[in-house]
Design a protein. Structure first.
Length: 398
């Protein structure tokens, strides 16, 4: 009996030894496969960096075939597939990478990128958020959430998300700049100005940040402050401001009733874009505000030559002629424009004033009535209609 027990134990020992030897061989083979796969991944990475995507894909495929559970191989192949535009395949590889290592923030981030490319926006947002949860130093993940939400029409939500984490990344200008852009997209102009103001305090010579601060202040109706910022931007040495900066600065001057300064900066803008009908109209408006109806008319006509039928140029020309006591000439300019812009309340009101000035109260009344019908809330239209009603009815009542 003892002999059989001994033989059994000996057999078990032999089997166990064989199993350990087999396990050791398997471990050794797995290490060899992983080492080879790591080499292939390195080669694939080099090909990827040099733009040789076919060669990169080939090496990455070999790495995955050798070591299917090797995280780096899946991530490299996922990145290559994204570069090739095969985003669905990239999602598959990166989902597997996330399954292999649920704690990999890089795999989650790359999965978010691939999902975003395939149009799975909410899943992409969830992946980016998880990437940040796995590593709260991964500020790029927060920024990615804000960007993808803004791009897909959810700027307010993106802005709120970034704002919630902004304190954690105050040392990163890119994060503050993103917060400013998202605030602008969601029309939170005061908040946007606050962020860009913080950035300009860090570096007052950063032209882009000054431009964006000026844009935020202008959009928020803070024209006097916008003037200060845009003036500073226009004087940065060796960095001529773009045309739109001068145009916006001119608009700010007009808003604070400084048309002469507006005229000067509009001239700067036109020097950079002399054939712009929009800038030409702005110049005409400045001269009109200065009371120079003759120059305003001339420049407005030039704007109409550059862009025939333009509404703004037509309005400026018509109003200049009316101010110059030429209502019949103004009617000839404004009348045809009503056919092109039948829903312009401003145009109807101005044409009505021209008819009234030339003594045609009936036509004036028609214009005002149509304007009120189009926009019952328009105070100017209602006021003009009321005035012409009183004027027409007063002779009859007498």
């Amino acid at each position: 009996m003892n002999r059989w027990i001994g033989l059994t134990l000996l057999a078990m020992a032999v089997v166990g030894c064989q199993q350990r030897m087999e396990d050791a061989r398997m471990d050794s083979f797995d290490r060899w496969c992983k080492a080879r796969a790591r080499i292939f991944c390195g080669i694939a990475e080099q090909h990827l960096q040099s733009g040789r995507l076919a060669e990169a894909r080939s090496k990455a495929d070999q790495a995955v075939e050798l070591a299917p559970r090797f995280l780096e191989a899946r991530m490299v192949l996922g990145r290559i597939r994204m570069e090739q535009g095969a985003y669905v395949s990239a999602v598959t590889e990166l989902r597997e990478a996330c399954r292999l290592d649920e704690e990999s923030t890089q795999a989650q981030y790359l999965l978010g990128v691939a999902l975003e490319k395939t149009g799975h926006i909410q899943e992409a947002v969830d992946a980016y958020k998880k990437a940040y949860e796995l590593n709260d130093e991964n500020v790029d993940a927060i920024m990615a959430v804000g960007e993808v939400l803004a791009i897909n029409g959810r700027a307010g939500e993106g802005s709120k998300y970034v704002e919630d984490y902004l304190a954690h990344a105050k040392s990163k200008p890119a994060m503050v700049e993103l917060a400013g852009r998202l605030a602008m997209c969601s029309k939170q102009y005061e908040l946007a100005a606050k962020h860009y103001q913080a950035l300009t305090r860090r570096n007052g010579d950063n032209a882009h940040w000054q431009e964006e601060l000026g844009r935020a202040l202008f959009a928020g109706g803070q024209y006097a402050r916008a003037v200060e910022v845009l003036e500073t931007r226009s004087t940065i040495k060796d960095q001529r401001a773009p045309v739109w900066v001068y145009a916006m600065l001119g608009d700010c001057y007009m808003a604070v009733s400084r048309p002469n300064r507006a005229r000067l900066v509009y001239a700067e803008a036109l020097a950079g874009k002399p054939s712009s009908p929009e800038l030409t109209v702005k110049m005409a408006q400045a001269y009109l505000a200065l009371g120079d109806t003759s120059t305003a008319s001339r420049i407005a006509r030039k704007a109409l030559q550059l862009a025939p039928g333009g509404l703004e140029a037509t309005l400026v020309l018509g109003y200049s002629l009316l101010r110059a006591k030429k209502p019949l000439e103004a009617e000839r300019v404004l009348g045809p424009a009503v056919i092109l812009y039948p829903k312009s309340v401003t145009l109807l009101c101005l044409l009505g004033r021209c008819h009234a000035a030339s003594g045609d109260s009936d036509e004036a009344k028609k214009c005002y009535r149509e304007a009120v019908k189009m926009d019952p809330e328009c105070e100017l239209a209602r006021k003009l209609f009321s005035q012409i009603e009183q004027k027409v009815s007063s002779p009859a009542s007498g």
